[in-house]
Design a protein around this ligand. Structure first.
Ligand code: G3P
Length: 219
């Protein structure tokens, strides 16, 4: 499973990248606005750090022809940029055109099976269901992950399932169980999902028992 970081914070990306766990980054207008400064400079810096990873950068224009032009400009920032476009019917024609021009796309804000199926049919690189936001609306977001995963298997589409809007460890488990190709995680959720109180307790017990032996060096 690929793990992406869901942030535009360079310091956190750099820190987690050193662990060898991180395969890419997903940014969005909210993340970039939070960091301040020049978003182009920041995006290029992140792309240079993860040269082999996919860095999602979202369009900010809304009119389809402008989204099309902006998508091409964003893709030109670095060879590892994947352009994020919202899953909206107004963008179907430009998504088809961009796929044809081999611009890698991550379709964001996916909330149902039909949206995911149609985008996969168009040949985008990633579809991103927003698990947490679906939960917020009163619908089980994790169920959509399994539905999309089955759909991709059934029709043998090459599109990858990218679980997004991950808010807690339960979502992480559900994404793994659903066989998502990628999970994008806020750094704090990644940290939390790697911890367990019994691991800490076990380490403490082993350390205490070892001290009873009274030896200084081993081996
Ligand atoms: O990758 C999308 C993600 O950033 C959205 O998360 O928590 O704002 O719904 P959230």
């Amino acid at each position: 499973m690929k793990i992406f970081l869901d942030t535009a914070n360079y310091a956190l990306i750099e820190r987690w990248f050193q662990t060898g766990l991180i395969d890419g980054v997903t940014t969005n207008p909210t993340h970039l606005s939070k960091e301040g400064g020049d978003p182009v400079v920041l995006v290029k810096k992140i792309c240079a750090l993860l040269v082999d990873g996919h860095i999602s950068v979202e369009v900010t224009e809304t009119a389809p022809e402008r989204v099309y032009t902006q998508a091409k400009a964003l893709a030109a920032l670095s060879p590892n940029v994947v352009v994020k476009i919202p899953c909206h019917p107004d963008y179907l024609c430009i998504i088809q055109k961009l796929v044809h021009e081999e611009i890698p796309l991550n379709i964001t804000l996916v909330f149902n099976l039909m949206q995911g199926m149609c985008m996969s049919k168009l040949g985008v690189v990633y579809i991103s269901p927003f698990v947490g936001r679906l939960d917020d609306s009163g619908v089980d977001g994790t169920a959509l992950l399994s539905e999309l995963s089955d759909m991709l298997d059934t029709y043998d589409y090459e599109t990858e399932l990218l679980a997004a809007s991950i808010r807690h460890v339960g979502h992480v488990h559900a994404a793994i169980e659903a066989g998502a190709d990628v999970i994008t995680l806020p750094p704090e959720i990644l940290a939390k999902s790697l911890e367990h109180p019994l691991t800490d307790r076990g380490m403490e017990l082993f350390a205490n028992d070892w001290k009873k032996l009274g030896i200084q060096t081993f081996p």
